[in-house]
Design a protein around this ligand. Structure first.
Ligand SMILES: [Zn+2]
Length: 446
Protein backbone atom coordinates (compact mmCIF):
# COMPACT_ATOMS: atom_id res chain seq x y z
CA UNK A 1 0.00 0.00 0.00
CA UNK A 2 2.71 2.32 1.03
CA UNK A 3 4.79 1.37 -2.00
CA UNK A 4 1.87 1.80 -4.35
CA UNK A 5 1.08 5.20 -2.99
CA UNK A 6 4.61 6.46 -3.29
CA UNK A 7 4.80 5.12 -6.85
CA UNK A 8 1.54 6.86 -7.60
CA UNK A 9 3.03 10.05 -6.12
CA UNK A 10 6.08 9.61 -8.23
CA UNK A 11 3.99 9.33 -11.41
CA UNK A 12 1.94 12.36 -10.40
CA UNK A 13 5.08 14.33 -9.68
CA UNK A 14 6.56 13.36 -13.02
CA UNK A 15 3.52 14.51 -14.96
CA UNK A 16 3.30 17.65 -12.88
CA UNK A 17 6.94 18.34 -13.74
CA UNK A 18 6.20 17.90 -17.45
CA UNK A 19 3.18 20.22 -17.27
CA UNK A 20 5.22 22.79 -15.35
CA UNK A 21 8.04 22.64 -17.89
CA UNK A 22 5.62 23.20 -20.76
CA UNK A 23 4.03 26.04 -18.84
CA UNK A 24 7.42 27.69 -18.17
CA UNK A 25 8.43 27.24 -21.81
CA UNK A 26 5.18 28.85 -22.88
CA UNK A 27 5.81 31.81 -20.59
CA UNK A 28 9.35 32.15 -21.87
CA UNK A 29 8.13 31.86 -25.44
CA UNK A 30 5.34 34.40 -25.02
CA UNK A 31 7.67 36.81 -23.23
CA UNK A 32 10.03 36.46 -26.18
CA UNK A 33 7.22 37.48 -28.47
CA UNK A 34 5.70 40.23 -26.37
CA UNK A 35 8.28 41.57 -23.95
CA UNK A 36 11.96 40.79 -24.26
CA UNK A 37 13.07 43.52 -21.92
CA UNK A 38 12.15 44.20 -18.31
CA UNK A 39 12.40 46.96 -15.75
CA UNK A 40 13.97 45.30 -12.73
CA UNK A 41 14.68 48.25 -10.48
CA UNK A 42 13.77 51.91 -10.05
CA UNK A 43 15.69 54.27 -7.79
CA UNK A 44 14.76 57.84 -6.94
CA UNK A 45 17.46 60.28 -5.74
CA UNK A 46 16.14 63.66 -4.62
CA UNK A 47 18.76 66.45 -4.50
CA UNK A 48 18.36 70.14 -3.61
CA UNK A 49 17.96 71.24 -7.24
CA UNK A 50 17.02 68.09 -9.09
CA UNK A 51 15.67 64.59 -8.82
CA UNK A 52 17.36 61.71 -10.59
CA UNK A 53 15.34 58.62 -11.45
CA UNK A 54 17.20 55.51 -12.55
CA UNK A 55 15.55 52.54 -14.23
CA UNK A 56 17.46 49.26 -14.25
CA UNK A 57 16.60 47.49 -17.47
CA UNK A 58 17.63 44.00 -18.49
CA UNK A 59 18.64 45.08 -21.98
CA UNK A 60 19.37 48.33 -23.76
CA UNK A 61 16.10 50.25 -23.42
CA UNK A 62 13.93 51.03 -26.43
CA UNK A 63 11.98 54.05 -25.24
CA UNK A 64 10.14 57.23 -26.09
CA UNK A 65 9.00 59.97 -23.78
CA UNK A 66 6.85 63.09 -23.75
CA UNK A 67 5.39 65.48 -21.21
CA UNK A 68 1.82 66.58 -20.56
CA UNK A 69 0.51 69.54 -18.60
CA UNK A 70 -2.54 70.15 -16.44
CA UNK A 71 -1.66 68.17 -14.47
CA UNK A 72 2.08 67.90 -15.16
CA UNK A 73 3.14 64.44 -16.20
CA UNK A 74 6.10 62.70 -17.76
CA UNK A 75 5.20 59.68 -19.87
CA UNK A 76 7.83 57.10 -20.82
CA UNK A 77 6.99 54.26 -23.17
CA UNK A 78 9.26 51.22 -22.90
CA UNK A 79 8.88 49.06 -26.00
CA UNK A 80 8.75 45.27 -25.53
CA UNK A 81 9.27 45.68 -21.83
CA UNK A 82 7.64 44.38 -18.69
CA UNK A 83 7.77 46.16 -15.37
CA UNK A 84 8.44 44.05 -12.29
CA UNK A 85 8.90 46.88 -9.80
CA UNK A 86 6.31 47.87 -7.19
CA UNK A 87 5.58 51.55 -7.81
CA UNK A 88 3.47 52.47 -4.84
CA UNK A 89 6.06 53.88 -2.42
CA UNK A 90 8.68 55.07 -4.92
CA UNK A 91 7.70 58.74 -4.79
CA UNK A 92 7.19 58.83 -1.01
CA UNK A 93 10.28 60.93 -0.21
CA UNK A 94 10.56 62.99 -3.36
CA UNK A 95 9.31 66.57 -3.65
CA UNK A 96 9.11 66.55 -7.46
CA UNK A 97 7.45 63.23 -8.34
CA UNK A 98 4.05 62.77 -6.74
CA UNK A 99 3.19 59.35 -8.09
CA UNK A 100 4.46 56.57 -10.34
CA UNK A 101 1.94 54.49 -12.24
CA UNK A 102 2.17 52.08 -15.13
CA UNK A 103 0.08 50.32 -17.72
CA UNK A 104 0.91 47.32 -19.86
CA UNK A 105 -0.42 46.59 -23.30
CA UNK A 106 0.75 44.39 -26.18
CA UNK A 107 4.11 43.80 -24.55
CA UNK A 108 4.82 47.50 -23.99
CA UNK A 109 4.99 49.29 -20.66
CA UNK A 110 3.92 52.87 -20.23
CA UNK A 111 5.18 54.59 -17.10
CA UNK A 112 3.52 57.80 -16.00
CA UNK A 113 5.18 60.09 -13.48
CA UNK A 114 2.83 62.61 -11.96
CA UNK A 115 4.90 65.73 -11.24
CA UNK A 116 4.55 68.58 -8.76
CA UNK A 117 5.22 71.12 -11.55
CA UNK A 118 6.98 71.28 -14.89
CA UNK A 119 10.73 70.64 -14.89
CA UNK A 120 13.69 70.91 -17.19
CA UNK A 121 14.27 67.39 -18.41
CA UNK A 122 17.30 65.25 -19.33
CA UNK A 123 16.80 61.63 -20.37
CA UNK A 124 19.67 59.35 -21.33
CA UNK A 125 20.53 55.64 -21.38
CA UNK A 126 23.66 54.34 -19.65
CA UNK A 127 25.59 51.25 -20.71
CA UNK A 128 26.55 48.69 -18.05
CA UNK A 129 29.27 49.94 -15.67
CA UNK A 130 30.60 48.54 -12.41
CA UNK A 131 27.87 46.90 -10.41
CA UNK A 132 25.15 48.19 -12.73
CA UNK A 133 23.65 46.85 -15.94
CA UNK A 134 21.74 48.85 -18.55
CA UNK A 135 19.98 51.90 -17.20
CA UNK A 136 17.75 54.70 -18.30
CA UNK A 137 18.35 57.91 -16.36
CA UNK A 138 15.91 60.79 -16.00
CA UNK A 139 16.90 64.09 -14.43
CA UNK A 140 14.22 66.55 -13.43
CA UNK A 141 15.78 69.96 -12.83
CA UNK A 142 14.07 72.91 -11.14
CA UNK A 143 13.54 75.61 -13.74
CA UNK A 144 14.64 78.40 -11.42
CA UNK A 145 18.10 76.82 -11.32
CA UNK A 146 19.71 79.11 -13.90
CA UNK A 147 18.50 82.20 -12.07
CA UNK A 148 19.93 80.89 -8.84
CA UNK A 149 23.36 80.61 -10.48
CA UNK A 150 23.37 84.30 -11.35
CA UNK A 151 22.22 85.62 -8.00
CA UNK A 152 24.97 86.26 -5.51
CA UNK A 153 24.53 84.55 -2.14
CA UNK A 154 24.82 86.59 1.01
CA UNK A 155 28.19 86.24 2.68
CA UNK A 156 29.71 88.03 5.56
CA UNK A 157 32.61 90.17 4.38
CA UNK A 158 36.07 88.75 4.89
CA UNK A 159 35.18 85.08 5.11
CA UNK A 160 37.24 82.64 3.10
CA UNK A 161 34.71 80.37 1.44
CA UNK A 162 35.71 76.71 1.47
CA UNK A 163 33.83 74.45 -0.92
CA UNK A 164 33.55 70.96 0.55
CA UNK A 165 32.98 68.28 -2.02
CA UNK A 166 31.98 64.90 -0.62
CA UNK A 167 32.99 62.44 -3.34
CA UNK A 168 30.43 60.27 -5.16
CA UNK A 169 26.83 59.90 -3.95
CA UNK A 170 23.47 58.57 -4.98
CA UNK A 171 23.76 56.07 -7.83
CA UNK A 172 27.54 56.16 -7.53
CA UNK A 173 28.72 54.48 -4.30
CA UNK A 174 32.41 55.09 -5.03
CA UNK A 175 34.64 52.29 -3.79
CA UNK A 176 33.17 49.58 -1.61
CA UNK A 177 35.14 48.11 1.29
CA UNK A 178 35.43 44.44 2.17
CA UNK A 179 32.88 44.86 4.95
CA UNK A 180 30.49 46.64 2.58
CA UNK A 181 31.35 50.24 3.51
CA UNK A 182 30.38 52.69 0.78
CA UNK A 183 32.89 55.42 0.01
CA UNK A 184 30.04 57.88 -0.64
CA UNK A 185 28.88 57.54 3.01
CA UNK A 186 32.36 57.96 4.49
CA UNK A 187 33.07 61.04 2.37
CA UNK A 188 29.77 62.68 3.34
CA UNK A 189 30.33 61.97 7.05
CA UNK A 190 33.81 63.54 6.97
CA UNK A 191 32.54 66.44 4.84
CA UNK A 192 29.80 67.24 7.36
CA UNK A 193 32.30 67.22 10.24
CA UNK A 194 34.64 69.46 8.24
CA UNK A 195 31.73 71.82 7.56
CA UNK A 196 31.16 72.14 11.31
CA UNK A 197 34.77 72.91 12.27
CA UNK A 198 35.15 75.39 9.44
CA UNK A 199 31.95 77.23 10.34
CA UNK A 200 33.14 77.50 13.95
CA UNK A 201 36.31 79.24 12.76
CA UNK A 202 36.10 83.02 12.58
CA UNK A 203 37.02 84.14 9.07
CA UNK A 204 36.05 80.88 7.36
CA UNK A 205 32.79 79.65 5.92
CA UNK A 206 31.94 76.24 4.50
CA UNK A 207 29.79 75.55 1.47
CA UNK A 208 28.65 72.00 0.83
CA UNK A 209 28.80 70.86 -2.78
CA UNK A 210 26.87 67.71 -1.88
CA UNK A 211 24.80 67.58 1.30
CA UNK A 212 22.90 64.30 0.93
CA UNK A 213 22.87 60.96 -0.84
CA UNK A 214 22.58 62.01 -4.47
CA UNK A 215 24.93 62.22 -7.43
CA UNK A 216 26.39 65.55 -8.52
CA UNK A 217 27.79 65.72 -12.03
CA UNK A 218 31.51 66.57 -12.18
CA UNK A 219 30.82 69.75 -14.17
CA UNK A 220 28.10 70.67 -11.75
CA UNK A 221 30.45 70.29 -8.77
CA UNK A 222 32.77 72.98 -10.09
CA UNK A 223 29.98 75.21 -11.38
CA UNK A 224 28.35 75.05 -7.94
CA UNK A 225 31.65 76.04 -6.38
CA UNK A 226 31.92 79.00 -8.73
CA UNK A 227 28.32 79.99 -8.13
CA UNK A 228 28.93 80.04 -4.39
CA UNK A 229 32.11 82.13 -4.79
CA UNK A 230 34.31 79.45 -3.33
CA UNK A 231 37.90 80.54 -2.61
CA UNK A 232 39.21 77.05 -2.03
CA UNK A 233 37.82 73.68 -3.01
CA UNK A 234 38.47 70.43 -1.17
CA UNK A 235 37.22 67.13 -2.54
CA UNK A 236 37.02 64.26 -0.06
CA UNK A 237 37.48 60.65 -1.09
CA UNK A 238 38.56 57.28 0.25
CA UNK A 239 41.01 55.23 -1.70
CA UNK A 240 40.73 51.66 -2.92
CA UNK A 241 42.96 49.13 -4.60
CA UNK A 242 42.30 45.65 -5.90
CA UNK A 243 44.43 44.14 -3.17
CA UNK A 244 43.90 44.89 0.55
CA UNK A 245 47.55 45.77 1.32
CA UNK A 246 47.86 49.47 0.37
CA UNK A 247 46.96 51.87 3.15
CA UNK A 248 47.33 55.49 4.18
CA UNK A 249 46.13 58.90 3.10
CA UNK A 250 47.26 61.06 0.19
CA UNK A 251 46.60 64.55 -1.10
CA UNK A 252 46.23 65.30 -4.80
CA UNK A 253 46.54 68.46 -6.84
CA UNK A 254 45.78 68.96 -10.49
CA UNK A 255 48.41 68.70 -13.16
CA UNK A 256 48.56 68.72 -16.90
CA UNK A 257 51.13 65.99 -16.84
CA UNK A 258 49.69 62.54 -17.25
CA UNK A 259 49.47 60.27 -14.29
CA UNK A 260 52.63 58.23 -14.32
CA UNK A 261 52.58 55.57 -11.65
CA UNK A 262 50.50 52.48 -12.07
CA UNK A 263 48.49 53.31 -9.02
CA UNK A 264 47.81 56.82 -10.22
CA UNK A 265 46.60 55.50 -13.56
CA UNK A 266 44.38 53.01 -11.88
CA UNK A 267 42.93 55.63 -9.54
CA UNK A 268 42.19 58.02 -12.36
CA UNK A 269 40.45 55.28 -14.34
CA UNK A 270 38.40 54.41 -11.31
CA UNK A 271 37.26 57.99 -10.93
CA UNK A 272 36.32 58.09 -14.60
CA UNK A 273 34.27 54.97 -14.10
CA UNK A 274 32.56 56.65 -11.17
CA UNK A 275 31.62 59.60 -13.34
CA UNK A 276 29.92 57.15 -15.64
CA UNK A 277 28.11 55.46 -12.80
CA UNK A 278 26.82 58.59 -11.26
CA UNK A 279 26.69 61.29 -13.79
CA UNK A 280 26.42 59.90 -17.27
CA UNK A 281 30.03 60.85 -17.99
CA UNK A 282 30.22 62.55 -21.34
CA UNK A 283 26.49 62.48 -21.86
CA UNK A 284 25.77 65.72 -20.06
CA UNK A 285 28.04 68.46 -21.25
CA UNK A 286 25.50 71.22 -21.45
CA UNK A 287 26.81 73.54 -18.79
CA UNK A 288 27.95 76.80 -20.28
CA UNK A 289 30.00 77.37 -17.16
CA UNK A 290 32.68 74.96 -18.32
CA UNK A 291 33.62 77.32 -21.15
CA UNK A 292 33.94 80.12 -18.69
CA UNK A 293 36.00 77.81 -16.52
CA UNK A 294 38.42 77.10 -19.34
CA UNK A 295 38.93 80.78 -20.07
CA UNK A 296 39.46 81.62 -16.44
CA UNK A 297 41.58 78.57 -15.82
CA UNK A 298 44.31 79.77 -18.16
CA UNK A 299 44.45 83.15 -16.47
CA UNK A 300 44.59 81.95 -12.93
CA UNK A 301 46.20 78.55 -13.37
CA UNK A 302 49.58 79.61 -12.03
CA UNK A 303 48.22 81.26 -8.93
CA UNK A 304 45.69 78.53 -8.43
CA UNK A 305 48.34 75.83 -8.63
CA UNK A 306 50.57 77.59 -6.11
CA UNK A 307 47.73 77.85 -3.59
CA UNK A 308 46.72 74.24 -4.21
CA UNK A 309 50.27 73.04 -3.52
CA UNK A 310 50.59 75.27 -0.48
CA UNK A 311 47.44 73.93 1.11
CA UNK A 312 48.23 70.35 0.06
CA UNK A 313 51.57 70.53 1.89
CA UNK A 314 49.93 71.90 5.03
CA UNK A 315 47.15 69.30 4.98
CA UNK A 316 49.73 66.52 4.61
CA UNK A 317 51.60 67.94 7.62
CA UNK A 318 48.43 67.73 9.69
CA UNK A 319 47.28 64.34 8.39
CA UNK A 320 50.70 62.83 9.22
CA UNK A 321 49.96 63.41 12.89
CA UNK A 322 46.81 61.30 12.91
CA UNK A 323 47.13 58.72 10.15
CA UNK A 324 49.59 56.76 8.08
CA UNK A 325 50.40 58.51 4.80
CA UNK A 326 50.36 56.55 1.57
CA UNK A 327 52.26 59.41 -0.08
CA UNK A 328 54.19 62.06 1.85
CA UNK A 329 54.14 64.71 -0.89
CA UNK A 330 51.27 66.16 -2.92
CA UNK A 331 50.38 63.86 -5.81
CA UNK A 332 49.59 65.03 -9.31
CA UNK A 333 46.31 63.78 -10.66
CA UNK A 334 44.03 64.30 -13.60
CA UNK A 335 40.81 64.06 -11.64
CA UNK A 336 37.91 65.74 -13.38
CA UNK A 337 36.77 67.47 -10.26
CA UNK A 338 40.14 69.23 -9.95
CA UNK A 339 40.90 69.67 -13.64
CA UNK A 340 37.98 71.79 -14.73
CA UNK A 341 38.31 74.25 -11.92
CA UNK A 342 39.90 77.67 -11.92
CA UNK A 343 39.56 77.54 -8.15
CA UNK A 344 42.55 76.30 -6.14
CA UNK A 345 41.68 72.76 -5.17
CA UNK A 346 42.92 69.62 -3.52
CA UNK A 347 41.58 66.10 -3.42
CA UNK A 348 42.11 64.24 -0.17
CA UNK A 349 42.14 60.46 -0.20
CA UNK A 350 41.48 59.93 3.49
CA UNK A 351 42.62 56.31 3.58
CA UNK A 352 42.12 52.98 1.83
CA UNK A 353 38.62 51.57 2.14
CA UNK A 354 40.00 48.37 0.60
CA UNK A 355 42.31 47.94 3.61
CA UNK A 356 40.50 46.16 6.45
CA UNK A 357 41.92 48.26 9.27
CA UNK A 358 41.38 51.55 7.47
CA UNK A 359 37.87 50.61 6.39
CA UNK A 360 37.05 50.20 10.06
CA UNK A 361 38.76 53.51 10.95
CA UNK A 362 36.98 55.41 8.18
CA UNK A 363 33.57 54.49 9.58
CA UNK A 364 34.62 55.48 13.10
CA UNK A 365 33.21 58.96 13.95
CA UNK A 366 36.20 59.82 16.13
CA UNK A 367 38.63 59.12 13.30
CA UNK A 368 36.41 60.98 10.82
CA UNK A 369 36.55 63.97 13.20
CA UNK A 370 40.36 63.78 13.35
CA UNK A 371 40.53 63.75 9.56
CA UNK A 372 38.18 66.73 9.37
CA UNK A 373 40.23 68.63 11.96
CA UNK A 374 43.46 67.91 10.10
CA UNK A 375 42.05 69.15 6.79
CA UNK A 376 40.71 72.26 8.52
CA UNK A 377 44.02 73.08 10.23
CA UNK A 378 45.93 72.55 7.00
CA UNK A 379 43.72 74.94 5.06
CA UNK A 380 43.69 77.47 7.87
CA UNK A 381 47.43 77.59 8.39
CA UNK A 382 47.96 78.25 4.68
CA UNK A 383 45.48 81.11 4.56
CA UNK A 384 46.83 82.55 7.80
CA UNK A 385 50.29 82.65 6.29
CA UNK A 386 49.06 83.85 2.90
CA UNK A 387 45.83 85.70 3.62
CA UNK A 388 43.54 86.70 0.76
CA UNK A 389 43.23 90.45 0.28
CA UNK A 390 40.30 91.77 2.24
CA UNK A 391 39.83 88.58 4.24
CA UNK A 392 39.49 88.47 7.99
CA UNK A 393 42.73 86.51 8.16
CA UNK A 394 44.50 89.43 6.51
CA UNK A 395 43.16 91.78 9.15
CA UNK A 396 44.36 89.48 11.92
CA UNK A 397 47.79 90.24 10.58
CA UNK A 398 51.22 89.47 11.89
CA UNK A 399 53.77 91.17 13.97
CA UNK A 400 57.30 91.19 12.66
CA UNK A 401 60.23 89.75 14.49
CA UNK A 402 63.84 90.49 13.58
CA UNK A 403 66.08 87.55 14.41
CA UNK A 404 68.89 88.44 16.80
CA UNK A 405 72.03 86.50 17.54
CA UNK A 406 71.43 83.47 19.71
CA UNK A 407 67.77 83.11 18.74
CA UNK A 408 66.82 79.73 17.31
CA UNK A 409 63.56 78.59 15.83
CA UNK A 410 62.72 76.58 18.93
CA UNK A 411 63.43 79.54 21.24
CA UNK A 412 61.13 81.81 19.21
CA UNK A 413 58.44 79.15 18.93
CA UNK A 414 58.46 78.83 22.70
CA UNK A 415 58.49 82.59 23.30
CA UNK A 416 55.51 83.19 21.02
CA UNK A 417 53.71 80.05 22.10
CA UNK A 418 53.47 78.61 18.63
CA UNK A 419 54.59 75.25 17.29
CA UNK A 420 57.83 75.12 15.34
CA UNK A 421 56.11 73.54 12.34
CA UNK A 422 53.54 76.34 12.28
CA UNK A 423 56.21 79.00 12.51
CA UNK A 424 58.04 77.34 9.65
CA UNK A 425 54.97 77.01 7.47
CA UNK A 426 53.87 80.62 8.04
CA UNK A 427 57.30 81.81 7.00
CA UNK A 428 57.84 79.25 4.24
CA UNK A 429 61.02 78.02 5.92
CA UNK A 430 62.56 74.91 4.44
CA UNK A 431 65.03 74.33 7.27
CA UNK A 432 65.37 75.12 10.99
CA UNK A 433 68.29 77.47 10.44
CA UNK A 434 67.74 81.20 11.01
CA UNK A 435 69.95 84.07 9.93
CA UNK A 436 70.64 87.10 12.08
CA UNK A 437 68.54 89.99 10.85
CA UNK A 438 66.00 87.74 9.15
CA UNK A 439 62.40 88.98 9.42
CA UNK A 440 59.83 86.49 10.68
CA UNK A 441 56.05 86.72 10.64
CA UNK A 442 54.42 85.94 13.99
CA UNK A 443 50.62 85.64 14.18
CA UNK A 444 49.18 88.45 16.29
CA UNK A 445 47.19 85.96 18.30
CA UNK A 446 50.37 84.34 19.65
ZN1 LIG B 1 36.45 58.47 -4.78
Amino acid sequence: MYLELSRQNKVNRQSLFIYLSIFILLILFSSKVFAVNSIDGIRVWPAPENTRIVFDVKQKPDYKYFTLSKPNRLVIDFKNTKNSVALKKLAADDPRVKLFRSSYSKGNTRLVLELAKSYQLTVFPLAPAGQYGNRLVIDLYDKSRSKKILSKPKQSVGDIIIGIDAGHGGEDPGSIGGKGTYEKRVTLAIAKKLQKVINKEKGMKAVMIRSGDYAVDINRRTSLARKKHVDFFVSIHADAFYTPQPSGASVWVVTKRRAESELAKWLVNREKKSELLGGGGGVIKNTSDSHLALALADMSKEHSLAVSFGVANNVIKELKKITKMHKKTPQNGNFGVLKSSDIPSILVETGFISNHKEEKNLTWPKHQQRLANAIHSGIKSHFLAHPLTGSYFASVGYKQHKVRSGESLSVLAQRYNISMSKLKSINDLKSNTLKIGQMLKIPRTS
